[in-house]
Design a protein around this ligand. Sequence first.
Ligand code: ADP
Ligand code: ADP
Ligand code: ZN
Length: 214
Amino acid sequence: MNIILLGPPGAGKGTQSARLVDHYGMRQLSTGDMLRAAVKAQTPVGLKAKAVMDRGELVSDEIVSELIDAELAAMGPDTGAIFDGYPRTEAQAEILDQLLEKHGRALDHVIELDVDEDALVERITGRFTCANCGAGYHDTFQQPTVEGVCDKCGSTEFKRRPDDNEETVRTRMQEYRAKTAPILPGYEARGIVRRVDGMADIDAVAASIDAILG
Ligand code: ADP
Ligand code: ADP
Ligand code: ZN
């Protein structure tokens, strides 16, 4: 199974990916996570990408596509792929088709998380993750069971993304509208888009996705 989770920043792509990884043993391919790891490790890609990410603009199609290619090459053929935050432009969508063919895969579903943009700023400015294991949380919508302690690994250290501020979020939304939303019609023409109400609570969104995956 190969699926794309599509939606603007804060739509819930990472949250739902994490659940699919836990429940179905699928693999999450998040170009955002890969880029943040590259920034942290100060690789050439990371050094190039950092300023662009801090502004909320898109990193080049070549850079992110190479990251995806490398991940697919390292995966067993039977492990399902969840594309989270990729593709984000029409060029990336075309490259993804080529990469899938190269790695002997086919796209099953494009799951569009349909959300109300006004709610996204609150989701993003309240987002934090475990510094140890990366588990995702929210100040209001998804707090750890015990305050200050990660549910998954017990760590007491958390972090917030530098680009999760209101100003950068506006730029990221504009990028989504201008460059990412236009890839949907192409997938719609192929009959593989499944729209899910991303404003429902986290468990309800998960149930809708489970229903699609059958
Ligand atoms: P979000 O939570 O907003 O969906 P991501 O973690 O997916 O954010 O991405 C963070 C940043 O990394 C983006 O604002 C962009 O600068 C860069 N980025 C991630 N994926 C891509 C991609 N597929 N193409 C270009 N830039 C990307
Ligand atoms: P994305 O990967 O699409 O940028 P995330 O999955 O990181 O989005 O979600 C953004 C923030 O909103 C996180 O703090 C997460 O806990 C929270 N969140 C995710 N899905 C929902 C939901 N359905 N309802 C309320 N909050 C949510
Ligand atoms: Zn943790």
